[in-house]
Design a protein around this ligand. Structure first.
Ligand SMILES: Cc1ncc(COP(=O)(O)O)c(C=O)c1O
Length: 407
C-alpha cells in the first residue's frame, strides 16, 4: 500500500560519509563541522554571520537573551513582543521563557503570517507603546511576512524585528532571503524541515555583537567570546591580559547567565550535506505544490489550496477547509490517513486553542478570527522532494474519492 508521508529522510552515501568523518576526527562535540555549517548557511542566507545551536527553540531563546544583554539596545525584561498566534508552539514558549510577554495580532488567511496592518492597528490602539520592545513574525510554511512594511512600523515605534524563519529555508522576499530581513533571525533544521539535521538551530545576523553574546549564552555564559579560539597556540587574549595571581581560566569563569545550547558535529555534518541540495529541494517542493494545486483545483469551493509563489520554499502543502459544515477537518484527516495520506494539523491558535496558554483564552477569545479559523480547519500534507509521480497522483485520487460527493 502506498503511504504518502508528510516528510521523509533519505540517508545516502554522502550523509554516511559525513557522519563517519566526524567519528574518525575524534571530536564529536562542537568543532570544525559546526564552523563549516555556519559559514555555508551564512553564505546561503546572505547574512554576514550565523551561529549554530542545538535546536530552533534554543536559537529563539538565545537570540532573545542576547537582545537583553545587548547594552546599546536597552531592551528590558517584561516588555511586550508582538508575534503570531498561529505557529508551532516553540515561538511563544521562547518569548515567555525569556521573560517577555507575547502579544498576538491576527494573521493573513492565505499566507498565515502576521500582517503590517494588524501590527499597526494594535500599536495605534494601545495606551503605551513604549512597553513594547520587539516584533517577532514567523514565516509559516515558507511564506514570507511582509518584512519591508513590518520593519517600517518597527522603526516608527523604536522596536527590534526578529524573524522566526524556522519553516522558511531559502524563501526569497524582494530579492533577499528570509532570515536576512531583520536584526536577527532563527532557523530550525529539525527532521521535519527542508534542510534536515535531526535537531539543529541557527541564529543569523549582520551584527557581530549578537554573535559574540550568543557564543557565551549557548555555553552557560562563559567568558570566552573570541571569534576563533587561540588557546591551543598559547595566545588566549583573556589569559594574556589577566593581571591576577590565580589560575584564571575563561572557559570556567562565567560573566553572564546562560544555557547549554551547543550543537554536536553530527548534526552540522548532515546539515552541510543537505545544504548542497537546498535549491533542488526547494524547486522539487514548488513543482509538487503546483502539481497538487492543478490536481485539486476542482475542490477549491471546499478547500483553500496553498497560494503558489515561485519565491517560496515550501515546508509542506497547507490546506484550509472553507466550510466545515460540508466536511470537518477530523473527518477529512481521518479519511486521508485511512487511505495512506499522512496529515498534520496546521498548528492551533496559541492563546485560545492551546491548553498550556489557557490563561490567555478569555483575553483573546474571538479577537483572532483568522488564526482561530485556521487553527480549527487547517492541516497540511507533504510536498517533499522524495514524493514520486505515483505518490502525487495517488494523493489527488484519494482526495477525489473522499470529496466527490461533498460539494
Ligand atoms: C516556526 C517554528 N519555530 C521554532 C521551531 C522550533 O525549532 P526546533 O524544533 O528545532 O526546536 C519550529 C519547529 O518546528 C518552528 O516550526
Amino acid at each position: 500500500m502506498i503511504r504518502v508521508r508528510v516528510g521523509d529522510f533519505k540517508i545516502g552515501e554522502e550523509e554516511k560519509q559525513a557522519i563517519n568523518e566526524v567519528l574518525d576526527s575524534g571530536r564529536i562535540s562542537e568543532g570544525k563541522k559546526v564552523r563549516e555549517f555556519e559559514k555555508e548557511w551564512a553564505k546561503f542566507i546572505g547574512t554576514k554571520y550565523t551561529i549554530a545551536l542545538s535546536s530552533g527553540t534554543s536559537a529563539l531563546i538565545a537570540g532573545l537573551a542576547a537582545l537583553k544583554y545587548y547594552k546599546e539596545l536597552n531592551i528590558k525584561s517584561n516588555t511586550k513582543v508582538i508575534t503570531t498566534p498561529l505557529t508551532y508552539i516553540a515561538t511563544s514558549n521562547a518569548i515567555i521563557l525569556s521573560g517577555f510577554e507575547p502579544v498576538y495580532v491576527d494573521i493573513d488567511k492565505e499566507t498565515f503570517g502576521i500582517t503590517p496592518e494588524n501590527i499597526k492597528a494594535h500599536l495605534e490602539a494601545v495606551d503605551d507603546p513604549t512597553n513594547y520592545s520587539l516584533i517577532l513574525p514567523v514565516h509559516l510554511m515558507g511564506y514570507p511576512c511582509d518584512m519591508d512594511k513590518i520593519n517600517k512600523i518597527a522603526k516608527e515605534y523604536g522596536l527590534i524585528t526578529f524573524e522566526d524563519s524556522a519553516q522558511a529555508h531559502g524563501t526569497m522576499y524582494n530579492g533577499k532571503r528570509t532570515g536576512n530581513l531583520s536584526l536577527l533571525s532563527a532557523f530550525s533544521f529539525y527532521i521535519a524541515h527542508n534542510i534536515q539535521a535531526g535537531e539543529l538551530g541557527v541564529v543569523a545576523t549582520n551584527d557581530y555583537e549578537i554573535i559574540r553574546l550568543i557564543k557565551k549564552i549557548k555555553a552557560n555564559g562563559r567568558m570566552c567570546d573570541c571569534p576563533v579560539c587561540l588557546r591551543s597556540e598559547g595566545k588566549c587574549p583573556k589569559l594574556l591580559s589577566y593581571k591576577g595571581e590565580d589560575d584564571f581560566d575563561p572557559r570556567f569563569t562565567h560573566d553572564i547567565i546562560g544555557y547549554n545550547f551547543k550543537p554536536m558535529e553530527f548534526q552540522a555534518a548532515l546539515g552541510v550535506v543537505q545544504l548542497k541540495k537546498a535549491d533542488w529541494i526547494a524547486e522539487k517542493r514548488r513543482e509538487n505544490v503546483k502539481y497538487l494545486n492543478e490536481g485539486l483545483q476542482g475542490f477549491s469551493d471546499i478547500l483553500q489550496l496553498p497560494k503558489y509563489d515561485k519565491n517560496v520554499s515550501y515546508l509542506a502543502y497547507p490546506i484550509v477547509i472553507k466550510d466545515p459544515q460540508k466536511i470537518s477537518r477530523k473527518k477529512l484527516r481521518y479519511e486521508l490517513e485511512k487511505r495512506g495520506v499522512e496529515t498534520r494539523p496546521l498548528f492551533g491558535c496559541i492563546p485560545t486553542q492551546q491548553p498550556a496558554y489557557s490563561f490567555l483564552k478569555e483575553k483573546y477569545d474571538g479577537k483572532l478570527p483568522n488564526a482561530e479559523h485556521i487553527g480549527l480547519n487547517g492541516f497540511y500534507i507533504g510536498c517533499h522532494q522524495y514524493l514520486s509521480q505515483e505518490d502525487l497522483d495517488f494523493t489527488i485520487n484519494v482526495f477525489k474519492e473522499i470529496l466527490s460527493d461533498v460539494h
